[in-house]
Ligand binder design. Structure first.
Ligand code: DX5
Ligand code: ZN
Length: 226
C-alpha cells in the first residue's frame, strides 16, 4: 500500500469500454473513485449501483463511491452491495450526518464526509472519530475537467491538522482538478489520496498518464521518507 495513493475518477472515462479503461491503469493506481450524481444535489446525472458492479467485476482494487445526491442514506446499502469499499457523502444535505455514517458502516462500507472547497468543517469535526476518509473538494461538485481551486488548500491543511491533533487514522482524499501541475500542492496541503479524472481519462493515453502521476507520487513519497 503506497503512502500517497492514486484513485482515478471514471467520470470522464469511455464508459462504452469501461473494463478496458479500468484494466489499462490498474498497475499504477490504488483504487477507483466513482462519482454518483442525482441531478438534484448537482446539475448533472451520472450512474447508479449497476455501473459500480461493472467496475467491481473489472478489478479487485478498492472502490470509493462519492455520493453527490440528496438522500445518501437511502442508497448507501445498494452501493455497498454493488461493491463500494468506501462511501462519501455531502453532510449539508442531510439532517443527521452521524445517522448516515452509521447506515453506511452497517452496510459494510467505510464512511467518508465530503467538504466543499470553502466548506465549513462543523459536521466533519463532530464526526471525525467515526469516518475513514475526508473527501476534500478542490472543484465545485458536478463536473469533471474543471480547474483546481487553490483557495481550497487552506481547508485541506486545517483538516490535516485536525486529524493529527485527534490522532485520527482518516485519509484525506483530494478531489477535483488534480493533475501533474497541481499534484504537489495537493500533497503538501496534506492530501494522501489523489483523485484524478480528466488528468487520466480525457481522450489521452490513460495508462501513460496514470504512470506519470504514480512516478511523481513515488518521488514525493521518497522525499517525505528523507
Ligand atoms: C466532481 C467530482 C470529481 C471529478 C474529478 O464533482 O467529484 O471526482 O470528477 O475529475 P477531474 O479530475 O477531471 O476534476
Ligand atoms: Zn468525486
Amino acid at each position: 500500500m503506497h503512502r500517497l495513493q492514486l484513485f482515478p475518477s471514471i467520470l470522464t472515462a469511455d464508459w462504452s469500454r469501461i473494463g478496458e479503461e479500468i484494466r489499462a491503469v490498474t498497475p499504477y493506481v490504488d483504487g477507483f473513485h466513482l462519482d454518483v450524481m442525482d441531478g438534484h444535489y448537482v446539475e448533472n446525472l451520472t450512474f447508479g449501483p449497476t455501473l459500480v458492479e461493472a467496475v467491481r467485476r473489472s478489478c479487485d482494487l478498492p472502490l470509493h463511491v462519492h455520493l453527490m445526491i440528496t438522500d445518501p442514506a437511502k442508497y448507501a446499502k445498494d452501493f455497498a452491495d454493488a461493491g463500494a469499499d468506501r462511501i462519501s457523502f455531502h453532510p449539508e444535505v442531510v439532517p443527521d450526518a452521524a445517522a448516515v455514517i452509521t447506515t453506511i458502516r452497517d452496510a459494510g462500507a467505510g464512511a467518508g464526509i465530503a467538504v466543499l472547497p470553502e466548506g465549513k468543517l462543523g459536521a466533519l469535526s463532530q464526526n471525525l472519530a467515526e469516518i475513514d476518509v475526508v473527501l476534500m473538494m478542490t472543484v465545485r461538485p458536478g463536473f469533471g475537467g474543471q480547474g483546481f481551486l487553490t483557495e481550497a488548500l487552506p481547508n485541506v491543511a486545517r483538516v490535516r491538522a485536525m486529524i493529527q491533533e485527534r490522532d485520527s487514522s482518516a485519509d484525506i482524499e483530494v478531489d477535483g482538478g488534480v493533475k501533474l501541475p497541481t499534484l504537489d500542492a495537493a500533497v503538501q496541503a496534506g492530501g494522501n489520496i489523489m483523485v484524478s479524472g480528466s488528468g487520466i481519462y480525457d481522450g489521452i493515453d490513460a495508462r501513460a498518464a496514470a504512470r506519470t502521476l504514480r512516478q511523481r507520487l513515488d518521488q514525493l513519497d521518497a522525499a517525505a521518507a528523507g
